[in-house]
Design a protein around this ligand. Structure first.
Ligand SMILES: [Zn+2]
Length: 328
């Protein structure tokens, strides 16, 4: 790993690299941002930068310390990562460890992943450590949402908020780091909502491809015949119920692409970049009003799912309504 492999977050990386260079780092950091933006990677880079023994730019990424941290195998870097809540006992273990001076080097780094999962008791206990940390220790708290942390905890940390990054950066990184084609990178990046981790998950997830192909096939079938077996298609939605948000997003993206192409004849903003020929063809066949109607129908179905309307009935209605608009 290296700072450069974390996608986007340029300002945060610059500030952190600069403070590592000057050996002027905080005793406590809070990295906040949704899952998949690279909070943990960033924390490990900071840990490396603090502990790295090389002269010059830190982390050097090749000294023994850097390599061992990359392997998750350095005795002065502690990663607390619990399933579910982080209880006070875990914080007490940390406190015991933090009181012992570093054994190998000069510094110790403690990273608490999902720190919002600390119980109030755990947070109160941690507060004492944050108030008077030993000079050799740095704590890095990672969180999806700092609203679940005590204000007194937050106020003792230097806060960095990670934000979703531009689609183009994700696309370039997919080509560079994962070696996929430009075409595939464009499709994956456009569905990743600015989150590189999500892009990587989708890339590695065969089911995402399968679901997407299923949906795109559905859009063809809805157009082709009046006798489409809607029941069969409802089965697909029932089987994939856990992924319904993703599925409806794919469906929306399709009709949105048709609108964009129809209006602009431009491919630049099309999400389903690998299906350009079909987009051209369908956008010729379906009028603009019909397309906007279809998007409203899907939006309505999304709303119904959120308010727990009978799932199957809702999907059936959605498909019937789309078909009616298309064949009307
Ligand atoms: Zn190093």
């Amino acid at each position: 790993m290296a700072f450069e492999e974390i996608i986007g977050q340029e300002r945060i990386k610059d500030l952190l690299k600069n403070s590592l260079l000057k050996e002027n780092f905080s005793h406590a950091y809070l990295f906040e941002g949704i899952s998949g933006l690279g909070k943990k990677k960033l924390a490990l880079e900071v840990a490396k930068g603090i502990i790295c023994t090389s002269e010059g730019i830190k982390p050097c990424n090749h000294c023994q310390c850097c390599r061992r941290i990359d392997q998750g195998n350095h005795s002065e870097v502690f990663l607390i990562e619990e399933e579910g809540t982080i209880k006070i006992e875990k914080v007490r273990e940390l406190q015991k460890e933090i009181q012992m001076k570093p054994y190998e080097g000069k510094k110790k780094v403690f990273i608490i992943n999902h720190s919002e999962n600390m119980t109030i008791q755990a947070q109160n206990a941690l507060l004492k450590t944050l108030e008077e940390p030993p000079p050799y220790a740095t704590l890095i708290l990672l969180t999806h949402n700092s609203n679940s942390l005590l204000p007194t905890i937050i106020s003792r940390c230097q806060i960095f908020k990670l934000r979703p990054v531009e689609t183009i950066k994700i696309q370039e990184a997919l080509v560079k780091q994962k070696g996929i084609s430009l075409e595939e990178s464009k499709v994956i990046a456009s569905f990743a909502n600015g989150v590189f981790g999500k892009a990587v998950r989708m890339l590695e997830d065969e089911d995402f491809r399968r679901r997407r192909e299923g949906i795109l096939q559905l859009t063809e079938e809805l157009l082709q015949s009046k006798s489409i077996s809607l029941l069969e298609k409802v089965d697909f939605f029932v089987e994939e119920k856990n992924y319904i948000d993703e599925i409806l997003d794919i469906l929306t993206s399709w009709y949105r692409d048709l609108i964009i192409f129809k209006e602009t004849q431009e491919l630049h903003f099309v999400m389903n970049y690998d299906k350009i020929e079909i987009i051209k063809e369908q956008s010729n066949r379906i009028g603009l009003k019909k397309l906007t109607n279809i998007i409203s129908i899907i939006d309505k179905a999304k709303g119904n799912i959120r308010s727990n309307v009978n799932y199957q009935l809702n999907i059936e209605m959605m498909l019937l309504n789309i078909q009616e608009v298309l064949l009307w």
